[in-house]
Design a protein around this ligand. Structure first.
Ligand code: UGA
Length: 436
């Protein structure tokens, strides 16, 4: 059993802190936001993540998981300190490191015994070393030792608990073998593969992995755009490509581009890191630009289906950047809906979970409805932006009755082209033949 403090009870901190407690450790999750801590203490979870609420309750009840805004006390009471605070995008695309630095100062001031400081936040290469320096400058007793470790997070929103409990690999970059071994031992109950390297490489692995996945997505979206023009079907192309184990079948789903809190931020940050280091990472810049353009392919398809958008009612299904989350950060809907409105359309929208979060961002552009059916009623076309199972499984016969014309533009390839043809829909999807 380890005594762990996780500083930052956002998405990453809360999920990993809870999972560390689930495998038997005593974990204190901290946050500077007292409202968040008060909520968590009452068993309320500030984010939507399947299974998290139950797991938090289970571990709080077992006296293994605690919440506090007294960060200094929590640090003093623990041997392993995870830094899991945000690294938002700065003005030039760089990662804003002010929260990480602030935590490092606090750790320095409260370094009362040997501790291992672990970075879980996605941070530019060299941050571990900066954290080490800041702690050295701020520690009161220079004889108290510490180690710094980079142990990046690879969780996906919407399946974070599952990803953490069945972790594919743990990347550990450390300033000493002793610290690396202790963090590796901490992960033993997860029965995962441990990959040990130095601090800088561990930090780089996180950016490289996300940038590579983003590249896969932009690549398959490019292939999809070609497929449409030459009569191929991107679903089959991706399946055929994916059989090559060097390529792999995952992350080859064509659509309206990646969103979320990670890929957009991390690709920008890596491009900035490269620039600063004197390398023009033009491939990565193209990945980012292609992703921006991909969002608008569904707007063009709507134009093709409807002639023009002026005065047309569009029923938008799905607002979150992907299913099983209420996260609206860099969601394609944030670009697409204002564009539809700019072109004169009127938007009625529905999302199973993210409606409130969406309202906070672009409420002025659309009207939202409590049910999918209400949103579609009287619309000239349906536009799918997120592949929630409720949307994939919707009653298509009913949808046909609700719309004024049977037109669906599907940004997530939720339905088979054959079925839509049989059901006599006008159906535009991504990278597959249009049914007109
Ligand atoms: C991503 C990574 O998958 C995690 O490994 C990583 O830990 C996380 O970022 C992070 O850095 O914290 P996440 O942003 O939760 O996780 O979501 P993903 O499931 O990876 O999806 C990202 C975006 O790519 C979504 O908008 C999704 O719709 C899109 N996507 C994904 C595609 O368009 N096609 C695909 O084939 C896969």
């Amino acid at each position: 059993m380890e005594k762990i403090t996780v500083v930052g009870s956002g998405y990453v901190g809360l999920v990993s802190g809870t999972c560390f407690s689930e495998i038997g450790n005593r974990v204190i999750c901290c946050d500077v936001d007292p409202f968040k801590i008060a909520m968590l203490r009452k068993g309320e979870i500030p984010i939507y993540e399947p299974g998290l609420k139950e797991l938090v309750k289970k571990n709080v009840d077992a006296d293994r998981l605690f919440f506090t805004s007294e960060i200094g006390d929590a640090i003093e009471a623990s041997d392993i300190i995870y830094i899991a605070v945000g690294t938002p995008m700065g003005d030039n695309g760089e990662a804003d490191m002010r929260y990480v630095h602030e935590v490092a100062r606090t750790i320095g001031k409260h370094l009362n015994s040997y501790k291992i400081i672990v970075n879980k936040s996605t941070v530019p290469v060299g941050t571990g070393e900066q954290v080490r320096q800041i702690i050295m400058e701020n520690r009161k007793n220079r004889f108290v030792q510490f180690d710094v470790v980079s142990n990046p997070e690879f969780l996906r929103e919407g399946s974070a608990i599952e990803d953490c409990m069945n972790m594919e690999r743990a990347v550990i970059g450390a300033t000493s073998d002793k610290a690396a071994k202790r963090i590796a031992d901490l992960h033993a109950p997860f029965r995962t593969r441990i990959f040990q390297t130095n601090l800088e490489s561990a930090e780089m692995i996180k950016y490289a992995a996300n940038a590579f996945l983003a590249t896969k997505i932009s690549f398959i979206n490019g292939i999809a755009n070609v497929c449409e023009r030459v009569g191929a079907d991107v679903t089959s192309v991706a399946a055929g490509m994916g059989l090559d184990s060097r390529i792999g079948a995952k992350f080859l789903q064509a659509g309206i581009g990646y969103g979320g809190s990670c890929f957009p931020k991390d690709t920008f940050a890596l491009s900035y890191i490269a620039e600063e280091a004197g390398f023009d990472f033009s491939l990565l810049k193209s990945v980012i630009a292609a992703n921006d353009e991909q969002r608008l392919v569904v707007v063009d398809k709507l134009k093709q289906a409807l002639g023009c958008l002026e005065g047309k009612k569009i029923g938008v299904l799905g607002l979150a950047f992907k299913p099983n989350t209420d996260d609206m950060r860099y969601a394609p809907s944030l670009t697409i809906i204002p564009e539809l409105v700019r072109l004169g359309a009127y938007v009625r929208a529905y999302d199973p979970i993210a409606m409130q979060a969406a309202r906070n961002q672009i409420a002025e552009y659309y009207e939202d409805f409590e049910t999918l059916e209400e949103a579609l009623e009287g619309c000239d076309a349906c536009l799918i932006l997120t592949e929630w199972s409720e949307i994939v499984e919707m009653d298509l016969a009913r949808v046909k009755q609700l719309l004024t014309a049977p037109i669906i533009v599907d940004g997530r390839n939720c339905f088979s082209v054959r079925e839509m043809k049989e059901r006599e829909f006008v159906y535009y999807s991504v990278g597959r033949p249009a049914v007109t």
